[in-house]
Design a protein around this ligand. Structure first.
Ligand code: HEC
Ligand code: HEC
Length: 298
């Protein structure tokens, strides 16, 4: 089979090797979509409670944070080379992709198609969106997915999730943020559940900008000779920064964040992982039902 377009993207690529070494530097607090303050608003506090609530899964054993754990940079703490994809609330159910970090997802632009004029005529490409194929427009649409996904939190419908929130210890918080009747209509309540989680994901707690690289950008850390060689390779000969874009001082403003992605889609030829319970070829963007049919020829 030949694919004209078989593109897989991690729109948010957090480089944990090479020049970023994970680090625990204490220099957090650069600006995020909600500002420099690391304290949470009432809506974000509520979103955090929803994000960590295992009762919002069919078996009462899984929250968003089980696959996006703060202990492992909001990615899956138990993913290994031998078991690369996450297990759902129901034992033995696995998705086909590993859990990317939810950190910095707030910086991914909405899914869109962009056209530009080149020598050869008009060319178009897709960019942004949540999930590795961009099938969710934004964070709010994304957060509606996992609760109902049979290989994730496996609720039967939105009403089941809303009922659980209505009997949760933080139900009053929900009403005080969204109004006294906020749990009466299922669709509105479900959208607000997702909106609240998205607000938490926009907080500095989810996107701390606390790596050694961030400290260096802020002038608070000097790269070692080896780290500097890595940075030069990354930007120049190895061409990593062609796709994992960097905004470096002094050209960029201090609050111009770098999350190492241009948000575009590329086929970089990643083969099927034999340890993945799903042996299907992942056609990425080509399976996104929001792209124009004319752009896919399978
Ligand atoms: C069983 C594990 C699991 C659970 C539970 C889970 N996720 Fe995910 N998450 C994933 C996987 C796998 C992907 C990538 C799926 C894809 O691209 O098709 C993902 C993707 C994402 C993304 C997109 C990141 C990006 O770079 O595009 C965000 C944001 C996210 N999840 C947030 C959440 C939230 C919020 C919840 C709870 C409502 C949640 N996840 C529950 C496994 C999980
Ligand atoms: C043509 C664009 C392109 C170039 C050039 C490129 N990458 Fe990537 N990179 C990607 C894409 C697309 C992915 C996501 C692949 C996937 O999810 O299947 C990725 C994924 C990664 C990841 C995994 C991130 C994660 O969150 O799992 C790392 C690390 C990485 N690249 C480092 C590099 C380095 C180092 C270089 C230079 C030697 C480089 N890349 C060059 C496009 C590129």
């Amino acid at each position: 089979m030949k694919y004209k377009l078989n593109l897989v993207l991690a729109p948010t690529v957090i480089i944990t090797t090479l020049i970023i070494t994970g680090c625990g530097s204490s220099s957090s607090g650069t600006s995020t979509p909600t500002g420099t303050d690391s304290s949470l608003s009432a809506e974000q506090e509520l979103g955090k409670k929803l994000f960590f609530d295992v009762s919002l899964s069919s078996e009462g054993n899984q929250s968003c944070a089980d696959c996006h754990s703060p202990s492992s940079g909001f990615a899956d703490p138990v993913a290994t080379q031998a078991a690369p994809v996450s297990e759902g609330s129901v034992t033995g159910e696995f998705g086909n992709r590993n859990a990317p970090t939810s950190s910095y997802a707030a910086f991914i632009p909405d899914f869109s198609k962009t056209s530009s004029l080149t020598d050869g005529g008009t060319t178009s490409h897709y960019q942004g969106g949540q999930f590795l194929d961009g099938r969710a427009l934004d964070l709010i649409e994304q957060a509606k997915g996992p609760f109902l996904n049979p290989v994730e939190m496996n609720n039967s419908d939105a009403a089941e999730v809303v009922t659980k929130v209505a009997s949760a210890s933080y139900a009053d918080d929900f009403l005080s943020v969204y109004g006294a009747t906020a749990l009466d209509d299922t669709d509105t309540a479900y959208t607000n559940i997702a909106t609240s989680i998205a607000a938490f994901e926009e907080s500095a707690e989810m996107s701390p900008f606390s790596s050694k690289f961030d400290a260096w950008r802020a002038g608070k850390y000097s790269l070692t000779a080896s780290e500097d060689r890595g940075l030069q390779l990354f930007m120049n000969d190895a061409k990593c920064a062609n796709c994992h874009t960097l905004a470096l001082p002094p050209e960029s403003a201090a609050n111009d964040e770098t999350i190492f992605s241009d948000f575009n889609y590329f086929n970089i030829g990643v083969p099927v992982n034999p340890s993945n319970p799903s042996s299907d070829i992942d056609i990425g963007l080509a399976a996104n039902s929001n792209i124009d049919a004319a752009d896919v020829a399978i």
